[in-house]
Design a protein around this ligand. Sequence first.
Ligand code: ZN
Length: 63
Amino acid sequence: MKQITSVSCPTCNKDVIWNKESKWRPFCSERCKLIDLGEWASESHRIPGQELPSPMEPDDDKH
Ligand SMILES: [Zn+2]
């Protein structure tokens, strides 16, 4: 007898079958996982003012 375990996706509450093929479990998809990680990151792992200006100066010194 095979038992099917399912959980609800923490992001969208969709049923997710808990098996090897559900590689994003407990999320239903990669997207939901990223959304959840993103929320977690923005709540407790926010890096303030991390804006690195990318220098777009032409290489005039080089030939
Ligand atoms: Zn989901």
